[in-house]
Design a protein around this ligand. Structure first.
Ligand code: DUC
Ligand code: ZN
Ligand code: ZN
Length: 456
């Protein structure tokens, strides 16, 4: 099967140029002017941008959390991904006390494989070392293509947190096997102290979710994680960076030559903590929470100057009735928001508005996640890479509504927001999966991406 996309503007990290692009049997086979190739399918992309499919390096699909499970399973989450130009998603299977990594991964793979509409990869969350035996499994996990592990420095009561000693053991072992440690950084003791105080005082609205985990609560943990990574000379990837002080510390360590990678999410670039004062503030509850204007500005600056490496979503939606559990007690609101379908349109819209270049948007959403996480065949438009391609109309304005999305959730924090420019077609390995508003893919088409170690 050969696909030929003609007359579009191809966007890579370093340049934009007019050319045709051909995909044969799922792989990009040629890029050039006026390609004279016989194809089964020819697409005219005149006036459009031709982009590599995005990689959402941070989703929680069918995740048991907050007394329920995230509203998008593997089918809905990857269907929505396809419709937002995301051609690979990373999910976060969670290892639990008494369970092994491979066991955890295989269970999730069995769930995901028949449902995945786009390609997928796994980072594995480690919550318990099982008397250190888990560390002996790291090499086997890497051999299976799982080359990143994640630790929570929060969620103590939920049994998901690791202490500093455990984090350092994980950092060291991950480094030994050529893997990367991802970290969710917030200070659990401060959060618990604040929660206890606020509840005692009857302060129960969503605003107190933010006040229980404000800027300095995240900053302490960001800095602590950076400190340990620097001290043992191990690479570290900080997920969903949301605060200025932590960002600056991590960026400084990077400038000193340490292998520190920084991810942020569109919600921290778009909203501030003011959303928690709204009547529907609970719908915006995620952790870490959105921060103040100063942090938002610092994140944009870091997007522009290169300090931030990736933008991913932390996609973890819950239904309205589940968010409502916390109407009178913010601690009962399941943490998480939707985003996988909005990531690429949002960042590309920023490019369309001139905040960043289209090349930088491609770097943040496709090339860098592929490079950092060892997805050899993904993340760029070049001969030999997978035919993961998005055709993007820069003139098509789109107002986000829940109805127009392709998830299973019943509300979104992105409701009513207009983005300038929108994907019109998405191809995964040369197969059309999204066509002008419609999902046209197939559950089970998505492949597990076995990643290669020692990439950073
Ligand atoms: N934060 C969220 O908001 N949801 C899922 C997990 C997390 O860390
Ligand atoms: Zn997190
Ligand atoms: Zn997350």
């Amino acid at each position: 099967m050969t696909l030929l996309i003609k007359n579009g503007t191809i966007v890579t990290v370093s340049e934009s140029f007019q050319a045709d692009i051909a995909v044969k049997d799922g792989v990009i086979s040629a890029i050039g002017q006026n390609l004279d190739i016989k194809a089964d399918k020819v697409v005219d992309a005149s006036g459009k941008l031709v982009l590599p499919g995005a990689i959402d390096a941070h989703t929680h699909l069918a995740m048991p959390f907050g007394g329920t499970q995230s509203a998008d399973g593997y089918l809905a989450g990857t269907r929505a991904a396809a419709c937002g130009g995301v051609t690979t998603v990373f999910d976060y299977p969670m290892q639990r006390k008494g369970k092994g990594i491979l066991e955890t991964i295989r269970e999730r793979k069995a769930m995901c494989d028949p449902e995945a509409c786009v390609d997928y990869a796994f980072h594995c969350i480690i919550t318990d070392l099982n008397d250190n035996t888990i560390l002996d499994e790291f090499q086997a996990a890497v051999d299976e293509g799982i080359t990143s592990f994640k630790c929570f420095l929060v969620y103590k009561k939920e049994g998901m947190m690791v202490d500093d000693g455990t984090l350092v053991k994980i950092l060291l072992k991950a480094k030994e096997v050529g893997a990367l440690t991802n970290i969710h950084a917030e200070n659990p003791d401060l959060i618990d102290m604040n929660i206890e105080k606020f509840l005692k005082e009857g302060k129960t609205s969503a605003w107190y979710h933010y006040l229980s985990r404000p800027e300095f609560v995240e900053a302490e943990a960001d800095k602590r994680a950076v400190h340990w990574a620097k001290s043992v000379d191990a690479p570290l990837y900080i997920v969903h960076m949301a605060d200025k002080e932590g960002l600056e510390a991590a960026a400084e360590a990077k400038r000193q030559g340490h292998k520190i990678f920084i991810e942020t999410c569109p919600q921290y670039l778009e909203f501030t903590s003011d959303v928690y004062k709204r009547e529907d503030g609970r719908n915006f509850v995620c952790s870490p929470p959105m921060k103040g204007e100063e942090s938002k500005e610092a994140l944009w600056k870091a997007i522009q100057n290169g300090d931030i490496d990736t933008v991913a979503t932390d996609h973890c939606p819950f239904q309205s009735y589940e968010k409502d559990w916390g109407k009178d007690d913010f601690t009962k609101i399941p943490n998480g928001c939707a985003g996988v379908e909005n990531l690429y349109p949002y960042m590309l819209s920023a490019a369309n508005e001139g905040k960043i270049s289209f090349n930088r948007a491609v770097e943040l959403c496709a090339a860098n996640p592929a490079k950092i996480f060892g997805c050899e065949s993904k993340g760029s438009l070049a001969v030999g890479k997978d035919g993961d391609i998005v055709i993007y109309d820069p003139d098509l304005d789109f107002t986000i509504t829940t109805e127009a999305m392709h998830s299973d959730y019943d509300h979104t924090i992105w409701e009513g927001i207009t983005v300038h420019g929108y994907p019109v077609q998405t191809f995964v390995r040369g197969r059309l999966v999204y066509d002008q508003g419609e999902f046209v893919g197939e559950p089970g088409y998505g492949n597990f991406i076995k990643r290669i170690p020692n990439q950073v």
